[in-house]
Design a protein around this ligand. Sequence first.
Ligand SMILES: [Zn+2]
Ligand SMILES: [Zn+2]
Length: 363
Amino acid sequence: MKNNKNSIICRAVLSVLTALCIIFSCSCSKFQHTYEPLGDGLEVTVLDVKQGDSIFIELPKERCMLIDAGENEYSKTVTDYISSKGFKKIDYLVGTHPHADHIGGMRKVIKKFDIGKIYMPRATANTKTFEKTLELIDDKGLSVTVAKAGVSILKEDDLSIDILAPNSDEYDELNNYSAVIKITYGATKFLFMGDAQTQSEREIRADVSADFIKVGHHGSKTSSGEEFVRRVGAKYAAVSVAEENDYNLPVEKIIDRWKNSGAQVLMTKDVGNIVAYSDGASLTVNGVKAEAGTTADYNKNNLQPNETPDGKWVLNTNTKRIHSNECPLIENIAKQNIKYSDESISELKKQGYKTCGSCKPTD
Ligand SMILES: [Zn+2]
Ligand SMILES: [Zn+2]
């Protein structure tokens, strides 16, 4: 009787467990079907670091990536921006090549943040900046993964980060060692050229088509060859360049080449930070959304920052950002995405809003 009772209990427990297993596996597979990784979004910021390059990328699932860190004197711009986004760790750090306008600020970045993986090309440069950066990487117990064509940084269902160049082991020109990075997120594609020149462009066999490109070498004529510009077919071409520089950059002919290819050219010297947000299907650049296949009418919105009607905050309902009335970035928000609000920031955060990293609004 006791045994019998036990076996009944056993059977009951077993069937409950089986039921749980079925429910669990059902909910798991259901979870996989309804899971929407694109809901997270991906945001690229080409930072205004004057004459240099630094690109910060917020990846889905609260991960991030930094490509270059500008000159040392602008490292604070870079580290402050990353901190303002709430990150303490950089999951993927790329030093495209050893020039100081790209890796000058790298030491400050490595000192300030936890670092996941570091990628740099196998290039030698006898500069203090480069040597000290390598020393610090060593001191921190980190190691460098060689950046070269074919290396995959990340591969997930809707997100992949690949290195497309360098394709050779030796170049005469240090710029050609530049790690060229392609990010594919859903249907949107981004390409980051470092200072790669036409020789490297020609060597890339991989698909270089992209909606958004960080143009090579600050708009210099040594990069952006005609054939390459055509292959990329970008909707947006971002140029990181200072208003005043010793190199007469960007070269007008190169800017026109991108424009004539159908791209909208944005330069940090004109607009400051260039922010491109992707929901996986469409792209919003500096607050203006572009449907697939069209070029955004960047100047459509004539709203002036000081003409804003009532409301303490200016909200971008598309990028879910909270801006102060004085924030220069609100000039670029498409009218249909603007909303004014007097609610507290904590209340707005509950609604999914984040504070702007540029004007840093506080209650
Ligand atoms: Zn360079
Ligand atoms: Zn450069």
